[in-house]
Structures are given as structure tokens and as C-alpha cells.
Design a protein around this ligand. Structure first.
Ligand SMILES: C[S@@+](CC[C@H](N)C(=O)[O-])C[C@H]1O[C@@H](n2cnc3c(N)ncnc32)[C@H](O)[C@@H]1O
Length: 236
């Protein structure tokens, strides 16, 4: 990221490593472990704040003044993400909750079925937001409520996606989630960055919607997997 000139990107969408000793070898979320590509790069919890400040400072530098960023985070290390975003100088626009289905019954605690998504920008007066890119102002739900209002509430109920192919990475953001962000916060030909590509989902959906994209992934096997999906236009 340090080699990228400043003020280049319109939008960053990313789901950084979790710092919870997550391993690709576990059969995460009911996936068959043997098919999960190994090597997921984790960060030690004690280094997470510094790690976050480092990549976020670069993201801030290479975003345009009108640019914005969406960062996903579980609850475990949310405090480090929130502090780092503030300390780097981002302005928080919304704190979105992504509500998903998990399907595992717990006996000693509540079931975690949400993820946090911090929507931040560099300059609140200049940030780009396209309020009617998904629904028209007068669109209505089946029971007569305003659809564009409903769509813009900050709790998003979107199903997790499961892999169908032989190979898979251990985690993947649903395409519908990324589509929603891209439609509200970017236009065709805008430049989108994901510094932690994983399966390449952000790049794949960006390509699908006619956005330009850049991305990084430290694990070579994941990088190659993402590249293959992009080359073959394997859309979710
Ligand atoms: C939570 S996953 C991203 C999943 C992705 N959003 C998707 O939908 O497939 C985080 C990724 O960051 C990668 N990663 C960890 N440290 C990194 C670093 N320093 N630079 C680039 N990628 C890194 C991990 O290997 C992992 O694939």
C-alpha cells in the first residue's frame, strides 16, 4: 500500500484478519476442512491495534478526499478497530450491523449472529453517497412502507453464502452485502480497494458491477484462487 500514490481510491471495502487465532484447518461454519485452502494469515491479539493503525493510515492516505471505507469486524476485537479508526482520523458515518443466520444452537451463551461494519469517510462534507441507487424515493414494501427507507436502516439482514465448488477459502462475505455497499457508495468505473482479499469476493463483485478494483492478499494460494475467479468471471 505504501507504494500507491495518495488520493487514488474512491472506496475501500474490507474484512481484515480477525486476531482470534482463527485457523483455516478447522471445519469452519460446517465446511469440509479438506476442501478449505490452508494458510490463513492471523494476527496476534496483542498486535491488533498497531496492525490496524498501520493499514488504516495507508488506507486514509490513498483514499480520495471524497472517499469512504467499510470495515467489517466481529465483536472480539472491535475496540481496537474503533480506536484505530478514530486515531487515524477517519470520521464515522454509520455503525452497521450485519445480521446473518448461524444455525448452531448454544447451551451456555447466546448465539452470535451479527457482525459489525464501520462505515467511515475522510471528509463528511465531500463523501459520495447515492441514496436512490437501489430503490426509488416512492418505492414501497408489500405492506406499504417506504422501501428506500427500509433498505437504508443500519441493520442489514443478509444470508451467508456457502461455497459450491471444490476449493474454497475459510471465510467469504456474501455478494449481496458487497453489492449493497458498492451501489450506495460508488459509481461505475470508480476505483475500489480491498487490502485483505481472501477469496477475492470484493474484487469479483466490483468487476461484476463495472467498478475498477485493486486488492492484496498475503497468502499466495488465496491470491491465486481470487485471481482465477476473476479471470474466469466466476461470479457468486
Ligand atoms: C477475513 S479474510 C477476508 C475474506 C474476504 N473478505 C472474502 O470475502 O473472501 C482476511 C484475509 O486477510 C489475509 N491477510 C492477513 N494478513 C494480511 C496482510 N498483512 N496482507 C494481506 N492480506 C492479509 C488473510 O490471509 C485472509 O485471507
Amino acid at each position: 500500500m505504501q507504494e500507491i500514490p495518495k488520493n487514488k481510491f474512491d472506496l475501500v471495502i474490507t474484512d481484515p484478519p480477525f486476531a482470534i487465532n482463527f485457523k483455516a484447518t478447522k471445519s469452519n461454519y460446517n465446511r469440509t476442512a479438506s476442501r478449505v485452502i490452508q494458510g490463513y494469515n492471523e494476527i496476534l491479539p496483542e498486535n491488533y491495534y498497531d496492525f490496524s493503525v498501520n493499514w488504516m493510515s495507508e488506507a486514509f492516505r490513498i483514499l480520495k478526499e471524497s472517499g469512504s471505507m467499510y470495515v467489517f469486524s466481529g465483536w472480539n476485537n472491535l475496540k481496537d478497530i474503533l480506536s484505530a479508526l478514530d486515531d487515524v482520523g477517519f470520521t464515522t458515518v454509520n455503525h452497521i450491523i450485519w445480521k446473518y443466520q448461524f444455525g448452531v444452537v448454544t447451551k451456555k451463551k447466546y448465539v452470535t449472529s451479527h457482525y459489525h461494519c464501520l462505515y467511515v469517510c475522510k471528509n463528511d462534507k465531500k463523501k459520495k453517497f447515492y441514496p436512490f441507487s437501489r430503490f426509488k424515493k416512492d418505492s414501497k414494501t408489500d405492506n406499504g412502507r417506504s422501501l428506500h427507507y427500509k433498505d437504508k436502516e443500519d441493520v442489514w439482514e443478509i444470508k451467508r453464502e456457502y461455497w459450491t465448488g471444490k476449493e474454497k477459502t475459510p471465510t467469504k462475505l456474501p455478494a449481496d452485502l458487497i453489492k449493497k455497499i458498492l451501489l450506495y457508495s460508488s459509481r461505475k468505473n470508480d476505483l475500489v480497494l480491498d487490502p485483505f482479499l481472501g477469496s477475492g469476493q470484493v474484487a469479483v463483485v466490483s468487476k461484476m458491477l463495472g467498478r475498477e478494483y485493486y486488492g492484496f492478499e498475503i497468502v499466495k494460494e488465496y491470491y491465486n484462487f481470487a485471481k482465477k475467479r476473476l479471470e474466469k468471471n466466476v461470479y457468486p
